[in-house]
Design a protein around this ligand. Structure first.
Ligand code: COA
Length: 176
């Protein structure tokens, strides 16, 4: 397995990445995965891929959002049968290193909880917000725990971002 900058000239990798978006996030990308890939691979953004046996098995992207100092990580996905092999960890590390070289201080991301996977779902997050964040429980393998393992902290929530009781969880990390 190798981690490398996303090869934008390779249509097979773009197709495999688009399929991975659909597999991981069908609710968001079933009908627009190729359009999303076009956005992810725009020149001013960063993207890295994990490749094994000439197939894309994971990728990560980020875009500058506050000049060059604050970048948003989006998206991150590893093929299901390759998870648990630290590929996600290595993709994020490669992305952070490249973003640092472009002046990034803070990498941040939103990780939605649309399907009741954490204790922050199905509750009024305008009420006792910070206690609820402090006491977050991972009910069904929500990826916020992955991001914590690679150094990200929960810095806030967008209550009801995806519908009542379906928040977005905001996380950030100082990388420089
Ligand atoms: C989240 C994801 C990218 C993690 O990739 P991965 O290659 O399996 O992660 P790693 O093997 O590098 O895991 C690093 C650590 O995080 C933990 N971890 C990974 N995913 C986790 C999850 N969903 N819940 C809890 N812990 C998790 C691992 O157990 C490992 O812990 P350890 O250091 O104690 O061994 C992958 O599960 C995925 O693609 N999920 C579907 C898409 C998705 O949810 N993307 C994020 C959207 S914001």
């Amino acid at each position: 397995m190798t981690i490398q900058p996303f090869d934008k000239s390779n249509r097979q990798y773009i197709a495999e990445a688009a399929q991975l978006l659909i597999d991981c996030f069908p609710q968001a990308y079933s009908d627009c995965a190729y359009d999303e890939m076009t956005h992810i691979l725009e020149d001013e953004k960063l993207a890295f891929m994990a490749v094994e046996n000439n197939h894309l098995i994971g990728f990560v992207g980020a875009m500058p959002q506050y000049g060059m100092t604050g970048w948003e990580l989006h998206p991150l996905a590893v093929r299901e049968n390759f998870r648990g092999r630290r590929i996600g960890t290595e993709l994020v590390a490669a992305l952070e290193k490249a973003a640092t070289q472009k002046g990034c201080i803070t990498m941040f991301l939103g990780t939605d909880d649309e399907f009741g996977k954490t204790s922050l779902s199905d509750t009024d997050l305008y009420d006792d917000t910070y206690t609820k964040i402090e006491n977050i429980k991972n009910l069904h393998k929500h990826p916020f725990a992955f991001y914590q393992k690679v150094g990200y902290k929960i810095v806030g929530v967008i209550p009801d971002a995806n519908g009542i009781g379906k928040p977005d969880i905001w996380m950030a990390k100082r990388i420089n």
